[in-house]
Design a protein around this ligand. Structure first.
Ligand SMILES: [Zn+2]
Ligand SMILES: [Zn+2]
Length: 185
């Protein structure tokens, strides 16, 4: 068995972005995962966009995607990552690159900031990092202080400084979590 990760374009994101980032995410998630690209794209309600900040409410989007994909998602086993054309925020954070809602199997990531000073291949590298990080959270990994994709980053400099891959200790933990999924049948 593998854990399936479905990448879903949200609010007009070009699906070719997902086609291009998929091999990178497949590589960084590594063994135990299969990454799929949805050509069906989701549209979230206007109410989730905060016009005073020009940002999406990430928690509301995750809750919405959870409801939308309730027959598809199985926490720890079939995950959905909405890739949103726009910027997002959550709680007291002035922005988020991505947000995972643990226990639901749903995360969202936000592309707008990732384009800053980036050509396409650099943008895709950043996007793959953010997606890999949020999938790590969905599988139950916490933040990590090592040179690791699970290191917390709340600036582009921090995002660019960390690798796209899991450190050996997160990798070992992830392998066990994937194995637990297998054992549950
Ligand atoms: Zn995180
Ligand atoms: Zn780590």
């Amino acid at each position: 068995m593998v854990v399936r990760v479905l990448l879903v374009p949200v609010n007009g994101l070009d699906v070719r972005i997902l086609d291009n980032v998929e091999p990178l995410v497949t590589e960084s998630l590594g063994r135990g995962f299969r990454v799929l690209v949805s050509v069906w794209s989701a549209t979230v309600p206007l109410a989730f966009y905060d016009f005073s900040r020009m940002q999406y409410r990430a928690e509301a989007i995750n809750a919405y995607l959870s409801e939308l994909f309730k027959d598809v998602v199985k926490p720890g086993r079939r995950l959905v990552v909405g890739v949103v054309e726009g910027d997002g925020y959550a709680d007291d954070l002035n922005f988020v690159f991505g947000l995972a809602t643990p226990g639901t199997g749903v995360a969202s990531v936000y592309t707008r900031r990732l384009w800053i000073d980036a050509h396409l291949s650099f943008f895709l590298e950043r996007l793959a990092k953010v997606i890999t990080h949020e999938v790590g959270h969905l599988m139950g990994l916490p933040h990590c202080r090592n040179n690791c994709v699970m290191r917390f980053s709340n600036s582009l400099a921090e995002l660019d400084a960390k690798p796209r891959f899991f450190c050996p200790s997160c990798r070992a933990r992830l392998d066990r979590l994937v194995l637990d999924v297998d054992n549950e049948g």
